[in-house]
Design a protein around this ligand. Structure first.
Ligand SMILES: Cc1cc2nc3c(=O)[nH]c(=O)nc-3n(C[C@H](O)[C@H](O)[C@H](O)COP(=O)(O)O)c2cc1C
Ligand code: SF4
Length: 486
């Protein structure tokens, strides 16, 4: 994998043939279809009925996209409501969680994260209803629209109040612990505290069911608590060591939900592949941090060669997930905090990031290949894939190829849903893409929140472009003044 000085922007490639030639030149294996079909029988348009009878009207999914814009007590703000309405208008028939919602205050990743409790539940129900209403207005009925809520505790990345972080990790970590500012108290979750937290997840799931959500995602991704638990190979006690122990938290939450909200669907978003934490190297590009081998602090990572994924445990995890009666699985990778090049491939890094260690297409392809291998290994699952926004003009051709060849059951849209929310509707309707709204992976939607501002597509969404925060975000860019907009 050789990295060019700066990867070629995909917007410069004018045809599918040029894209294919670029993939070949980069040594990236990614299928793409010659023509994207439209009409009810088209691969991306086909509906799917889940085992519990619920219908998903097409193969586009909107990933959870947090806005760092809730009220101090965890309710949606007008900015949150606008984002969710736009998700509803997108034309995608699966809304995976809207955004991460903390199940209790100490688990918020930032003081503006949504939080689900008795007091806030009605406002989250109203948010769901507003999304569904926006969908009905734009696309007719919503009988085939499935809306879930992502439940989380931010664990190591908790920062519930302004000021320093208040980390609640699942384990001591040889690299990530060094990143806490001096003087911060690090309180690893005890077994008893995890037992109690599982009950709180169940309480939150019951509230989500009552608020009208069709399913909850018991979040196991991106370095937050559920994901970190999966990597606790060396943790003593009931939640560490064997995979069964590392899945204990999920099992407790699932059995509690089955007992107390039996009609509620359950999904799991999991970082199924990972690599060691990366840091900015001397030339600005990301380099892996040195770790002692074997590396026993991750999940889906090769312990002997921890810059490579290892799918053996993720397959075992998903087989158990299937056996627990869970059908909805959203496959993602790594963490935006310690290896963003893998988690959200981008041409331009956020303010706390680094330049991609290789052409971002390698990391798009890695996510797509891992997802296809997992789908093949556990075909009973309805699998959503991640990492597609980087594909821009060529997303529909790759997405159709993935669905047509059985590499996933639905295509998840993340950042692109901020810049161009009705992208799915345009693809399904056979309309030409609006190139001016395609996400060009400038990372401003990450740079904003890393600096205490709300997220949003500051470069391309006129609503955010006109906000005073846009000027501050632009100044915070690692290459401020280099004119990243196209
Ligand atoms: C601003 C922003 C907010 C995000 N919020 C969440 C979140 O709340 N929950 C989650 O699981 N992933 C979150 N993600 C990750 C995305 O869901 C998605 O995995 C990632 O952006 C890669 O997909 P993409 O290439 O389509 O953008 C967020 C990403 C961004 C850029
Ligand atoms: S700010 Fe807009 S263009 Fe940049 S990565 Fe986010 S959604 Fe894409």
């Amino acid at each position: 994998m050789t990295a060019p000085a700066r990867p070629r922007p995909l917007g410069a490639l004018k045809t599918l043939a040029a894209f294919r030639a670029h993939l070949q030149a980069q040594g990236v294996a990614l299928g793409c279809d010659e023509a994207v079909e439209v009409g009810p029988g088209a691969p991306l348009a086909r509906a799917h009925r889940l085992g519990d009878g619920r219908l998903i009207g097409n193969r586009f999914c909107i990933h959870p996209m947090e806005g760092w814009d809730g009220t101090p007590d965890g309710r949606p703000s007008e900015l949150t409501r606008r984002r969710w309405r736009r998700f509803g208008e997108s034309g995608a028939k699966l809304i995976w969680g809207g955004e991460a919602v903390a199940v209790r205050a100490d688990g918020r990743a930032n003081p503006n994260q949504l939080c689900l409790d008795r007091a806030t539940a009605p406002s989250l129900g109203a948010l769901r209803d507003e999304l569904a209403a926006a969908h009905r207005v734009r696309h007719g009925g919503d009988g085939d629209l499935l809306v879930g809520l992502q439940l989380t505790h931010s664990g190591r990345f908790s920062r519930p109040a302004p000021g320093p972080p208040q980390p609640r990790p699942a384990q001591a970590h040889p690299v990530l612990d060094r990143r806490f500012p001096d003087g911060v108290a690090v309180r690893v979750f005890s077994d008893d505290e995890l037992d109690a937290l599982a009950e709180t997840f169940v309480d939150a799931a019951v509230l989500a069911a009552d608020a009208g959500f069709a399913f909850v995602d018991v979040k196991h991704c991106h370095g937050y608590l559920g994901h970190e638990l999966l990597g606790c190979h060396t943790r003593p006690g009931r939640y560490g060591g064997a995979l069964a122990n590392r899945m204990r938290f999920l099992e407790l939450v699932v059995s509690g939900i089955r007992r107390r909200a039996p009609a509620l669907g359950i999904g799991v978003r999991v970082s199924a592949i990972d690599v060691v934490p990366f840091a900015r190297g001397p030339d600005g590009r990301g380099v892996p941090e040195p770790v002692a081998l074997p590396y026993l602090h991750g999940f889906g990572v090769d312990a002997g060669r921890p810059t490579e994924p290892d799918l053996r445990e993720p397959i075992a995890f998903l087989q158990r997930v299937r056996d627990l009666g869970i059908e909805l699985v959203n496959i993602t990778a790594g963490s935006p905090y310690y290896n963003p090049h893998l988690q959200r491939p981008a041409l331009y890094p956020p303010s706390d990031g680094y330049d991609p260690p290789a052409d971002p297409l390698h990391f798009v392809a890695a996510q797509i290949a891992a997802t296809a291998a997992l789908k093949r290994a556990v075909p009973e699952l309805f699998v959503i894939g991640t990492g597609y926004s980087y594909l821009q003009e060529f997303l529909p051709a790759v997405a159709q190829n993935v669905i047509r060849t059985g590499g996933a059951d639905a295509i998840g849209i993340g950042r692109l849903a901020l810049s161009y929310p009705d992208f799915p509707a345009d693809v399904l309707g056979g309309r030409p893409l609006d190139r001016h709204r395609l996400c060009r992976t400038f990372s401003d939607c990450t740079t904003g929140p890393r600096n205490g501002l709300p997220s949003g597509c500051y470069p391309l969404d006129p609503f955010y472009k006109e906000r005073p925060d846009a000027v501050r975000v632009k100044a915070l860019r690692p290459r401020a003044g280099t004119g990243a907009e196209t």
